[in-house]
Design a protein around this ligand. Structure first.
Ligand SMILES: Nc1ncnc2c1ncn2[C@@H]1O[C@H](COP(=O)(O)OP(=O)(O)OP(=O)(O)O)[C@@H](O)[C@H]1O
Ligand SMILES: [Mg+2]
Length: 1047
């Protein structure tokens, strides 16, 4: 299957997992099943593709199929529906993050990362602020989803050192806020008891650089009372379980939650009024400090670390914990009744100032004053905490993605003021949702040039108005009752409602209701018909909760506190302000209006969370519970709006890429305009005109069935391709296959051949270009360098230099040198000279002194004889000797008579008599001053160099030479005729010793010499076969020199 998948040119888009969808916790499953069976098994991944889109049953069935396969995410268009799996799925790894990064929303299976990435990219590319609205009922997974989104950004966004700290703080703000704002409830062991909107801020590079948190309506009543099986805020238990001994001692706390009324007591503080027995009963019933899913001790460590990451100093942490401890102490204050009816404190508490509570209040009033103080202290501290985190996140003005994790619609058996506020909030969000979804649909149609068909939908503005309208709205009426003098009570508020808005279509009361409704309503209830359904609210406690008052003297006391956090929470200015503080409902209304403004200015994405069962169990899909939520989340309405026009839309490119194999004209590729390609394709597929529309960049398909038919056709085609390919691989059936259609192997071959042909063509094109440039360059080669010839000239230069490099002369005597092209003659000559100089220089550096001496003599010989005497060339390769006669060969008497004169050279010679030219063996000795002719022990003739007139020699190859001496010198007997076997060496030595290099005459034909007494002698030279020296008939000395081949 792997081979098959790699070869197929299909991207894996949209639909119900035909081949490569992410399936369940194991990530990617490769399945060869047909799309149809896959659709049967795991449903559609986008509800818009449900054939029967108005059927709630079909909707839930689709959710169920997917849930069973661990597919917890499904789209409604761009809205993500998420079902809490209540177990850890392996779908949040770094690999998964990478898979969703920068990928088109529809190309991968639905995931919260896809939504995160889509928002991030829209923010980056369209430069528009984004927000992700997460909603759903308690325990549905809102907070988990928001954490996943934050982690996705922390991991995948670019970062720098400074960003790392902000990232850490953003991530670490979660455990801190959860410790102080979350609690175990019956519905969720980690239920957020406040609404949270968080801006994540990105710089121009897309790195997260800051953040800002807004908090909404903390459930303060939890500080003083929790329902059976629920807990107070986590921080109380964490401190008691995890706090170090020292710390607890300083705070005066014991490591036992049972010691603290606020942690074990349930029901109202007023419960004490029922008497001690009753109180004991409540305690034993409600005490719930330990929960198996929560580890307070390890959570404490996490929170402590997070606090320091965020930038809390040790002192600040201590002060914060001091407040938490004080609240616990406060809860333990007991009151006794005085005879007068006034209450007094019966417990010995270290919080002395509370003694002032001994006041004109009765028991009940005193208890509620104490609780009011606890709630105020805790509530304000929480707000302070959020602000503190905000300061540490250094919010700046840049692009943002907002995350809204806010309570979903709540309907309990008994609904009070809190549910009223929460459901009002959801009503507002629904309004925003409808407006924005419809608007974005309308915008898309407009952008694509498709006529907008009005969609019928329920506009819940009427309900929002009923709650929030000035003077006439429920909140205004409630405020009025709170502020008015006289005996206002919850019941008078109810009556006022009946009188003022009793006629409203979305409100009714026990009194106003018809008989049937009256049966399911209490007398103290009013019913609101929300967009999501009916909810009965019990008015009991509405006024108190709305007033949220704290006695002035308690406020004064708090202002005087030493605790720095408390002094920030309770401002003295508040005491001077005589204006009544805004009621809780009005404050909430104002903050919601601001939130709507924030959200309206951004582009929204939605995550709708669903809780599959009330037991917090994995794998349980409770139909009734889910149907309830589908209704309250308005998912059917959402789907209806989305499906009102066209079920499916896709960019032309994506559509064509996926389905092009279904039409011969678009397969394997479409060359024309994309729109034309899509048009050709759908016509070939037989789409009817009412089934689709072509927009500017997208195709809109009205019914899912049209798309499914196409998808099935594609699947069939893929299967046939695959089976053919398998057959081709295994062998048989080739003939029959060839008859059907081109087999996959053929297609693959064709593609490959195509690629090869493209490469060949490219190489040919390149070659042709090179040749063309070469020819042009050759034509222009004699011009100055210009664009036409530069390629050629460069090539010529390059190739000459390369050739030169390969053929450089190896020795100083090697005279070869490559012939240079015309353009490079001068350069070549320069190079040659340089190279030679370099080589000679290197050679010279290597020679030793003896060799140098030898060469100097050879140089002299060359100067004298080169090209002048026939036997010179033979002498060249023969080394000159220092001397030809050593000390023993010369008679000692001769040496004695020479005295101190140093002997430079000695050689045996033949002397020819002046008269008869008789040949006599002699020795020729050269000293530093003279040449001496020696016979045995006799010094026959001494010629001072100064007296040496010249030397004559023939141009032939003979060894005869004449030393000319002055005739007037009486001591001399005339010129001396000698013959040496080493004529070149001998004469070179004479010339050097006597400094007579320029006095050697080389004669052609004959030499004339003086014989003494004015007589002349003549030597005639001729060439012959061998050397012959003899007296001729004419009285001359005749020398026949052997002919040499070289000349
Ligand atoms: N995607 C998920 N994967 C695994 N478990 C999840 C997932 N989402 C939620 N849960 C489980 O469900 C529990 C409740 O989720 P969460 O706290 O996010 O709910 P909530 O919607 O924020 O509820 P509340 O409104 O009470 O704050 C989590 O503590 C976790 O155990
Ligand atoms: Mg939550």
């Amino acid at each position: 299957p792997h081979q098959f998948i790699e070869l197929l040119p299909f991207a894996n888009h949209l639909l119900p997992l035909p081949s490569l969808q992410a399936v369940g916790s194991d990530g990617v499953r490769i399945s060869m099943e047909s799309a149809l069976t896959a659709r049967d098994r795991v449903g559609v991944q986008d509800f818009v593709l449900l054939e029967n889109h108005t059927s709630e049953a079909a909707f839930i069935e689709n959710l169920r199929k997917r849930f069973k396969e661990n597919l917890i995410y499904t789209y409604i268009g761009s809205v993500l529906v998420s079902v809490n799996p209540y177990k850890d799925l392996e779908i949040y790894t770094k690999n998964h993050m990478e898979r969703y990064r920068g990928v088109n929303f529809y190309e991968v299976s639905p995931h919260v990362y896809a939504v995160s990435d889509n928002s991030y990219r829209s923010m980056r590319t369209e430069r528009k602020d984004q927000c992700i609205l997460i909603s759903g009922e308690s325990g549905a997974g809102k907070t988990e989803a928001s954490k996943k989104i934050l982690q996705y950004y922390a991991v995948t966004c670019p970062a720098s050192d400074q960003v790392e700290t902000v990232k850490d703080r953003l991530l670490q703000s979660n455990p801190v806020l959860e410790a102080f704002g979350n609690a175990k409830t019956l519905r969720n062991d980690n239920s957020s008891r406040f609404g949270k909107y968080m801006d994540i801020q990105f710089d121009f590079k897309g790195a997260p650089v800051g953040g800002h948190i807004l908090n909404y309506l903390l459930e303060k009543s939890r500080v003083v009372h929790q329902n059976h099986g629920e807990r107070n805020f986590h921080i109380f238990y964490q401190l008691i379980e995890g706090g170090e001994e020292d710390l607890l001692r300083r705070l005066g706390l014991e490591r036992n939650p049972q010691q603290y009324q606020y942690l074990v007591k349930v029901g109202d503080t007023r419960a004490s009024l029922y008497g001690f027995a009753m109180w004991c009963f409540w305690v034993s019933q409600g005490n719930c400090p330990k929960v198996s899913s929560i580890n307070d001790r390890s959570d404490w460590k996490v929170v402590r670390k997070a606090l320091s990451v965020i930038g809390f100093s040790e002192d600040e942490v201590e002060e914060l914990l001091n407040i938490i401890a004080s609240v616990l102490h406060l809860g333990n204050i007991q009151y006794g009744g005085e005879d007068s009816g006034n209450a007094y404190i019966t417990t010995d508490t270290q919080i002395k100032y509370l003694a002032r509570l001994k006041s004109p209040l009765n028991l009940e009033q005193a208890s509620s004053a104490r609780d009011a103080l606890s709630k105020a202290v805790y509530g304000r501290t929480f707000t302070w905490l959020v602000n503190k985190i905000n300061v540490s996140l250094t919010y700046k003005n840049a692009s943002v993605i907002g995350l809204l994790d806010i309570y979903g619609f709540e309907v309990f058996q008994h609904n009070s003021f809190e549910q009223f506020c929460i459901n009002y909030c959801n009503e507002k969000l629904q309004q925003l949702f409808i407006e924005l979804t419809l608007k974005s649909e309308q915008d898309e149609y407009e952008a694509e040039g498709i006529t907008w068909e009005p969609v019928q939908y329920f506009n819940n503005k009427i309900i929002c108005d009923l709650v929030e309208e000035k003077f006439k709205g429920i909140i205004s009426i409630l405020d009025e009752e709170c502020l008015r003098p006289g005996d206002a009570s919850d019941i008078t508020f109810l009556e006022k409602l009946e009188n003022t808005v009793g006629g409203h279509a979305h409100l009714t009361t026990h009194k106003l209701a018809d008989g049937k409704t009256r049966k399911v309503m209490g007398r103290e209830e009013f019913r609101l018909l929300h967009y999501a359904g009916e909810v009965n609210y019990n008015v009991n406690g509405f006024l108190d909760k709305n007033n949220d008052l704290l006695f002035r003297n308690l406020k004064e006391v708090m202002c005087m506190s030493d605790n720095k956090i408390l002094t920030q929470c309770f401002d003295r200015a508040e005491l001077k302000d005589s204006k009544r503080p805004e009621t809780a409902a009005t404050q909430f209304k104002t903050s919601l209006a601001k939130l709507m403004e924030i959200l309206m200015s951004k582009e929204p994405s939605y995550v709708r969370c669903i809780k599959p069962n009330d037991a917090k169990q994995a794998g349980r899909f409770d139909d009734v519970l889910i149907r309830h939520q589908v209704k309250y989340l308005g998912l059917m309405e959402n789907l209806r709006v989305r499906r009102a026009g066209f079920a499916y839309r896709r960019h032309y490119e994506t559509f064509l890429q996926r389905y092009k194999s279904l039409c011969p004209e678009t397969w394997p590729s479409w060359q024309g305009k994309l729109a034309d390609g899509v048009s050709t394709l759908v016509k070939h597929l037989g789409y009817k005109p009412e089934e689709y529309k072509l927009g500017r960049s997208k195709i809109f398909i009205r019914f899912p069935k049209t798309l499914f038919a196409t998808e099935d056709a594609l699947e069939t085609r893929k299967h046939s391709l695959a089976s053919k390919l398998r057959l081709i691989q295994t062998g048989p059936g080739l003939d029959s296959l060839a008859a059907v259609c081109p087999s996959p192997a053929v297609v693959v071959q064709a593609w490959w051949r195509g690629i090869l042909a493209c490469r060949r063509a490219q190489r040919k094109r390149q070659a042709a270009n090179t040749i063309r440039r070469f020819i042009k360059g050759f034509i222009y080669r004699h011009n100055e360098r210009c664009p036409e010839n530069e390629y050629f000239l460069d090539y010529v230069r390059y190739s000459f230099l390369m050739k030169l490099r390969r053929n450089l002369p190896k020795s100083v005597l090697d005279k070869s040198w490559p012939t240079a092209p015309t353009a490079l003659i001068e350069a070549s000559e320069q190079l040659r000279k340089l190279y030679m100089q370099n080589m000679v220089w290197g050679y010279c550096k290597r020679i030793n002194p003896e060799w140098k001496h030898q060469l100097e003599q050879k140089m002299v010989a060359s100067e004298i004889f080169k090209n002048k005497k026939d036997n010179y060339p033979q002498s060249v390769p023969k080394l000159f000797m220092g001397t030809r006669l050593n000390g023993e060969e010369i008679n000692p008497k001769v040496l004695q008579s020479l005295g101190s004169e140093t002997m430079k050279y000695a050689v045996p010679v033949t002397k020819y008599d002046r008269k008869g030219y008789k040949a006599r063996p002699r020795q020729l000795l050269l000293t530093s001053n003279c040449a001496v002719i020696v016979e045995e022990a006799k010094l026959k003739q001494r010629i001072d160099y100064a007296a040496l007139k010249g030397i004559s020699v023939s141009s032939l190859s003979d060894g005869v030479f004449v030393l000319h001496v002055p005739t007037e010198d009486k001591k001399q007997k005339g010129d001396v005729v000698l013959q040496s076997d080493h004529i070149i060496e001998t004469l070179t030595k004479v010339a050097i010793c006597a400094d007579k290099v320029n006095s050697i005459n080389i004669n052609q034909g004959s030499i004339t010499f003086t014989m003494g007494q004015g007589k002349e002698g003549i030597i005639d030279f001729t060439s012959g076969s061998e050397l012959l020296v003899a007296k001729a008939k004419n009285g001359h000395l005749s020398v026949t020199a052997p002919r040499l081949n070289s000349r």
